[in-house]
Write a protein that binds this ligand. Structure first.
Ligand code: SF4
Ligand code: SF4
Length: 426
């Protein structure tokens, strides 16, 4: 007889994961800890609890899915895998809430999310959202939108870095790379996409544009709506085909999802795509990013959970920032703790999301000297932390690490005029 070990079976209930769990730290409730949720999920798995038990549903929905508990566990419990299975079971048994279904329907179709985010971008351009940022529910939502704007880099004179230009040595030696555009990134964070394309070009990568892409499906998958996630994944697999050697992603959540496409879709093409996905920090770190011009400023780095815990990418974003001379880099204390963004979590569970964020904002506020920028590699984290900083009245811009490298390259004169806003079409 073949014995199968489930993802939760290795749990010995030691509790080492408890201090790593932001919801347990915020509520102090064992049911909102990984150990408590493991007991609930095991009861669900074994049929020892009613599937409609509201306590079970609440505590599993309170989970951020940040996977901060996984590296803290000495027994190798695969918490994230088990959570997705449990959420799939719950979604299948009593469906999703109306608000969640409506949100997922929007993200399921570019015809719906593109006009919605375009309107949001126009509102952001008015400057009102950043000015209205506050701790209230509406004020926080405004702050999230305001925080998605491009950081205000002070004008500075371009500086030519000494030494010969290395771009000629690099061009032709790197693989072709297709940019994964996503939904929120492509509409609210177009400036990060532009910085990504330019910095890749300056490091010798040939960037191509792929048409027909859709949302990565992570929001659907994390909600237990696996059929929706699979449909979006299959569309992306077909769109990318064999268009480029590698696929670059600058959103931690999307990158983690794309790397799971093999298991989700189950086809050879999906496994092939998953194996070609790289976060922008992985590509630039592997290339040994060329140095830019000095950018003397204080920067605090906060790790996105879906980079650090889900993809195991820890040092590469720091490599990007260290390629900027005179940038004074600090890793934020508690950088490995979730900020409370977690996809749609901050919209659906605003009170707990803000309770989880609070210690991070306090940690940033207590840094001496006060940083000019907070860098992190995920759109949700940029908006959540940015809204918290705006609400606290802290004059700190949130940026993707690649934006700082891009600024440094622009000042160094690394960009040729033909390095435009998009790569060539595949
Ligand atoms: S998940 Fe790991 S760390 Fe947490 S209680 Fe179980 S064995 Fe201990
Ligand atoms: S995924 Fe995050 S919020 Fe959920 S139990 Fe683990 S550490 Fe806690």
């Amino acid at each position: 007889m073949v014995s199968t070990i489930g993802p939760l079976d290795p749990c010995v209930h030691c509790g080492f994961c408890l201090p790593a769990c932001p919801t347990y730290l915020a509520t102090g409730d064992e049911n909102d800890s990984p150990r408590g949720r493991i007991v609930l999920m095991q009861a669900l798995e074994r049929g020892h609890t009613a599937i409609i038990d509201s306590a079970l549903t609440i505590h599993l929905e309170n989970c951020l899915g940040c996977r901060g508990c996984e590296p803290a566990c000495p027994s190798g419990v695969q918490y994230g895998r088990a959570l997705e299975t449990a959420r799939r079971t719950l979604a299948g048994s009593h469906g999703l809430s109306v608000s969640l279904r409506a949100l997922l329907a929007v993200f399921g179709s570019p015809k719906l999310w593109r006009p919605g985010f375009t309107l949001a971008r126009w509102l952001r351009a008015s400057g009102l959202p950043a000015r209205l940022a506050a701790r209230s529910r509406l004020g926080f939502a405004m702050g999230m939108l305001g925080a998605s704007r491009q950081a205000n880099f002070r004008p500075a004179q371009p500086t030519q870095v000494s030494g010969r230009d290395q771009s000629a040595d690099r061009s032709g030696s790197r693989p072709t790379v297709a940019l994964f555009r996503g939904c929120v990134m492509d509409t609210l964070f177009g400036h990060v996409h532009e910085a990504t394309v330019r910095t890749l070009g300056a490091n010798g990568f040939d960037v191509v544009e792929v048409r027909g892409q859709v949302c990565c499906g992570a929001l659907h998958e994390h909600a237990g709506a696996t059929a929706g996630a699979r449909a979006l994944a299959a569309t992306n697999v077909a769109a990318f085909g064999r268009h480029a050697d590698l696929i670059v992603v600058n959103s931690a959540g999307c990158g983690a999802m794309l790397k799971d496409y093999g298991e989700l879709v189950g086809t050879t093409a999906a496994h092939g795509l998953a194996g070609r996905v790289r976060d922008i920090s992985e590509l630039l770190s592997d290339a040994g990013p060329r140095a830019g011009a000095p950018l003397p400023c204080d920067v605090a780095y906060d790790a996105a959970c879906h980079l650090q815990h889900a993809q195991g990418i820890v040092s590469q974003p720091l490599d990007i920032l260290r390629a900027v001379p005179e940038l004074r880099l600090r890793v934020l204390p508690g950088s490995d703790q979730c900020c409370g963004s977690a996809g749609l979590y901050s919209v659906l569970r605003p009170s707990l999301a803000r309770a989880v964020l609070e210690p991070k904002i306090n940690d940033i506020a207590s840094l001496v000297p006060r940083p000019k920028f907070l860098a992190t590699g995920n759109p949700g984290c940029l908006m959540q932390i940015g809204a918290g900083l705006l609400a606290a009245g802290l004059d700190i811009d949130v940026v993707h690490p690649v934006e700082l490298l891009d600024r440094s390259y622009a000042l160094a004169g690394h960009y040729r005029p033909e390095l435009g806003k998009a790569g060539r079409e595949a």
